[in-house]
Structures are given as C-alpha cells and as structure tokens.
Design a protein around this ligand. Structure first.
Ligand SMILES: [Cu+2]
Length: 176
C-alpha cells in the first residue's frame, strides 16, 4: 500500500511537469514584469525594450542575451555618462540580477537593444522577445509598443534619438 501511494505521487508529479514549464525554462525563477518598448520613427534601424526582471531564486542570475523576430540582432546595453558624453555599450558578461532582488531596464539606463530593425515599432502593436538567462534558461514575453514620447513611468527621455546626428538635445552619443 505504501509503495502504491508513492507511485501515484510520482505519476502526479510527472503529469504536472509540462504545465509548470510551459512558459519557458526560466518561468518560476525569473519573472519579467511590465515589458514595453518605445515606438520608433520610420527608417530607424534601432529600438529599445524595457522591463523589470525579478529573481525569485536563492542564487543570483544573469541576463546574457535576447532575440526577437523584429531585429537582426539583440544586445543587452547600458547607458552611462562618461566625461560628459552619453555612451551606451553592451553589458559585459550579462546583466546581473541579485538573488531575491530585481533590476529595472528603463530609458537612460539598462535596455534591451534591438539592432537592425526589420520594420518600425508602431505604438499599439506588440512583438515577441525571448530572453536568455545564465541559470534560469529562456523566457519568452510579448512586448507592447508605447508612443514615441513614453518614458514608462520615469527616467530620461530621448532614447528614440539614438541615430547618429539626431541626438535630439541629449548631447553626443557614442556606441561602443
Ligand atoms: Cu543601446
């Protein structure tokens, strides 16, 4: 009788497993909250996506990469003012997300950089984005596009002006 009830328990676990992992291998450990992107002007080659990444695991994790149908290449970037010049560069080794903590990607700071846009990001539409984490695996989310002036509840405006020569009052920007 004891053996039988153990078997039933194991069978129940196996049956439940596909449901628990249905949203990507990282679902449950990392949550992607309020993803959004800013609409891009016609002809823009780059865009950016923002979100809050919360880590519910007991160990730190890293966002190491991303991919999307809408862009040829996707990188994890940070923006920093270096010697009075706004620079953005790829986050070396991935973006750390502390155990039990969260990191917010927002304009003027960390962002998911969409490079080689295949078409403009239009307000009201959305696109798929798959995030890859060092430990949690992959998580796919749908990113809604907000109007061009949107700031997503804080931070600097002006991320839309990333093309060289169109800095829109943000000063000179370099890409490394
Ligand atoms: Cu960038």
């Amino acid at each position: 009788m004891r053996i039988l009830s153990k078997l039933v328990f194991i069978a129940a676990l196996i049956a439940a497993a596909p449901v628990a992992f249905a949203q990507g291998t990282g679902a449950g450990k990392i949550t992607v909250e309020q993803p959004w992107a800013r609409a891009t002007p016609a002809g823009a080659m780059t865009g950016a996506a923002y979100m809050t990444l919360a880590n519910k695991a007991k160990t730190a994790d890293r966002l190491t990469g991303a991919s999307s149908d809408v862009a040829a290449k996707v990188q994890i970037h940070e923006m920093k003012v270096v010697n009075g010049v706004m620079q953005m560069r790829e986050v070396a080794g991935g973006l750390a997300i502390p155990a039990g903590g969260s990191v917010t990607l927002k304009p003027g700071s960390y962002h998911v950089m969409l490079m080689g846009l295949k078409k403009p990001l239009v307000a009201g539409q959305s696109f798929p984005l798959t995030l890859t984490f060092a430990k949690a695996g992959t998580i796919s989310v749908t990113v809604p596009v907000q109007a061009m002036g949107a700031t997503g509840g804080g931070g600097m405006s002006g991320m839309g002006g990333m093309q060289p020569g169109k800095s829109g009052g943000m000063g000179k920007m370099e890409m490394k």
